[in-house]
Design a protein around this ligand. Structure first.
Ligand code: SF4
Length: 365
């Protein structure tokens, strides 16, 4: 039996569902939020929303990196890719995200002749720059603490090799300030958090200790198998039932309490904090990463005078509300009608980690 199979056994899931049900007889229905796109997909794939209802309502928060990138920043990227001799290198998901104009994507711009490449790691973009010295290669650095170390490493590599034709458009975001903004919102109504295992592998579980300490909200760092998630939900509900919210780490096979020191050191060496704009959450101080001044030669924003647009959502799209967990995908009037994965309106339907894409792909479960 594979190690992961321990987290997939139906009899274990049944027992956890029964235990959660017994606890919610005491607490009443609870609302929990996952803040990681991989959790969103795993929950939908395993049919856990249906299995847990009505005792537990699972809401998706701002955990999909492509989804939280605002339309104005996509518009700015589309402007950038029109510049002569500029090659945009990006993870695949971002290529299909429209800016403020429906259908206007990097993929479309590529079809019209712009130089746009899909890469699977930032280091591939560095190699592209090394191989094409007459082309300015711009890597689109999106994501959270999970992708920040790899992006930092590629900047250090470019600096080491003195690659003057490589730069990073740094749109990386930090999780903690976004959670604080979410909690401060007047419509916040969540009883506990399923914390992202991948982010915590970098930051350490300790990065989420502010949730119980400052806000009396239980938090469990969780893995991604159905058994991981059900166990984590059970612990969250148990803490609510006991009236003792705390932080627990269910994903001990990957997440250390203090995280990954080498990854954290790389982030700290290359980046500083900056105010960042989030789709659905607006401007949040200290919620983004920017290149430190000593690495400004590899900062695409400075090199090309990147200016994000001020545009809002495409009319009718409710991605901003979906990201905050105040609107479920099926409540968007466009879901499954004007907006499908084949013809998406907003990023939540484009991304392989988007709540709308997850709801659509596994809608019968
Ligand atoms: Fe946006 Fe489409 Fe989701 Fe509606 S269904 S919120 S338009 S992605």
């Amino acid at each position: 039996m594979l190690f992961e199979d321990h987290f997939r056994r139906p009899e274990g899931s049944r027992r956890l569902l029964d235990a959660i049900h017994a606890l919610t007889e005491k607490t009443g229905p609870v609302r929990l939020m996952e803040i990681c796109g991989t959790h969103t997909m795993a929950i939908a794939k395993a049919g856990l929303r249906t299995a847990l209802a009505p005792d537990v309502r699972l809401l998706s928060g701002p955990g999909c990196p492509v989804c939280v990138t605002p339309a104005g920043e996509i518009d700015g990227i589309l402007q950038l890719c029109g510049q002569p001799d500029v090659l945009i290198a990006s993870y695949g998901d971002l290529l299909r995200v429209p800016g403020s104009q429906r259908g206007d994507t990097l993929l479309r711009r590529r079809a019209l002749g712009a130089q746009v490449r899909t890469v699977y790691s930032p280091m591939e973009a560095v190699e592209l720059a090394a191989a094409q010295p007459d082309t300015q290669v711009v890597f689109l650095g999106v994501g959270f603490e999970t992708t920040a170390p790899g992006t930092a490493a590629c900047i250090l590599e470019a600096a080491d090799r003195e690659l003057e034709n490589f730069s990073v458009l740094c749109l990386l975001k930090r999780t903690e300030p976004a959670l604080r903004a979410l909690i401060a919102a007047p419509d916040f109504a969540v009883d506990g958090f399923l914390c992202p295992g991948h982010v915590a592998a970098v930051t350490g579980a300790i990065a989420f200790s502010f949730l119980p300490r400052e806000f009396q909200l239980p938090a469990v760092v969780s893995g991604f198998e159905a058994g991981d998630i059900l166990y984590s939900v059970w612990r969250l509900v148990a803490m609510l039932a006991e009236g003792h919210p705390g932080l627990e780490n269910e994903y001990t096979r990957l997440v250390a309490p203090a995280g990954n020191p080498a990854a954290l050191a790389a982030i700290d060496q290359v980046f500083e904090h900056r105010t960042s704009l989030w789709r659905g959450l607006g401007e949040i101080p200290d919620s983004g990463y920017a290149l430190r001044p000593e690495y400004s030669r590899w900062d695409a924003a400075q090199k090309f005078g990147f200016v994000p647009g001020q545009a809002n959502e495409i009319p009718g799209c409710r991605c901003g509300s979906v990201i905050r967990g105040v609107c479920e995908p099926g409540e968007c009037p466009l879901f499954g009608k004007a907006c499908t994965p084949a013809d998406p309106v907003g990023p939540c339907m484009v991304s392989s980690e988007g709540a709308c894409a997850a709801a659509w792909k596994y809608r019968a479960r």
